[in-house]
Write a protein that binds this ligand. Structure first.
Ligand code: ADE
Ligand code: ZN
Length: 326
């Protein structure tokens, strides 16, 4: 179909991808071998077979376990470079990558190690592909606020290389209000804020993310529809939603893609974008997500172009001085 060729050919921005979620089983095995780490799986096929999720937590358990193979700067480089190559194949020309320092610092991996590897791969992607990028440090919301505040303090020497902060991990029972002081401090460091909200959690978590955390962009946000006033506000204030359709399907946020509200939200005038979240776990990168939505929701050419325009509009690309050339 011509529209599917259009989807593949358009230059796109990705705004919601966890670098740890791009760890393909093949690389997981390679890094485990390199670092002498024993995995609870016999083969790549066994890993893939284990990716049957019933909710966000069932995924997070495997995602955090998988990340344990990331130890050296080279590991973070290889992970990030593999993602950049794959994103480039989808004509992603700008990417805003999440990383979860707390997943690594608890295992004794330093900020220096993580950030050097990630930054070097992103610099190579700029040189080789002209791909621009930003790095967003996420806090794990299942942990106490005090742990997150300590992580922010640890990050202080590296803030030059961190473009913003986010909030991820298990949403239920961990409302944005739990992190009021943390994000107050982030804002005092002039770090732009995004937050996962309204993925599994209620619409009120989206409102809290905006009002209490000062979020500029909402990750997922699909449960906003439960509060019509909030939907109106998101449209009026042009608050972007970084929606991840295949993720929502795999984590049972929706029963099937035909029922996804992406198209309705787009037609309601919200700045909706399509993203891959954790593509190695959910079976699809950027184009797979757009193609699946096009088929399931019967998206028009105009819908596709609007989604792609939104991805640039919602990006932090305008802060051109933040593109690092190192
Ligand atoms: N961490 C990685 N992927 C996530 C998601 N979809 N929701 C919350 N935390 C995450
Ligand atoms: Zn996410």
């Amino acid at each position: 179909q011509a529209i599917d060729d259009l989807i593949r050919a358009l230059p796109k921005a990705e705004l919601h991808v966890h670098i740890e979620g791009t760890l393909e089983p093949e690389l997981m095995f390679k890094l485990a071998r390199r670092n002498g780490i024993k995995l609870p799986y016999a083969s790549v096929d066994e890993v893939r077979a284990a990716y049957q999720f019933t909710d966000l937590q069932s995924f997070l358990d495997l995602y955090y376990a998988g990340a344990s193979v990331l130890v050296t700067e080279e590991d973070f480089y290889d992970l990030t470079w593999a993602y950049c190559q794959r994103a480039h194949a989808d004509n992603v020309v700008h990417t805003e990558i999440f990383f979860d320092p707390q997943t690594h610092t608890v295992r004794g991996v330093s900020f220096e190690t993580m950030l050097n590897g990630i930054t070097r791969a992103l610099s190579d992607a700029l040189l080789k592909y002209g791909m621009t990028s930003r790095r967003i440090m996420c806090f794990l919301r299942h942990l106490p606020e005090a742990d997150c505040l300590a992580t922010l303090e640890q990050a202080k020497p590296y803030l030059e290389r961190i473009h913003g902060v986010g909030l991820d991990s298990g949403e239920k029972g961990n409302p944005p209000s739990k992190f009021k002081r943390l994000f107050q401090r982030c804002r005092s460091y002039e770090l732009p804020v995004v937050a996962h909200a309204g993925e599994e959690g209620p619409a009120s978590y989206i409102t809290e993310a905006l009002d209490i955390l000062g979020a500029k962009r909402i990750d997922h946000g699909v449960r906003c529809v439960e509060d019509p006033e909030l939907v109106h506000r998101l449209a009026r204030d042009k608050v972007p939603l970084t929606v991840c359709p295949l993720s929502n399907l795999k984590l049972c946020v929706v029963d099937n893609l035909e029922k996804h509200n992406l198209r309705d939200l787009l037609h309601a005038g919200l700045c909706v974008t399509v993203n891959s979240d954790d593509p190695a776990y959910f079976g699809g990168y950027m184009n797979d997500n757009l193609l699946a939505c096009r088929a399931a929701l019967n998206l028009s050419d105009d819908d596709v172009v609007q989604l792609v325009l939104n991805s640039f509009e919602a990006s932090w690309l305008r802060d051109a001085d933040k593109t690092r050339w190192e």
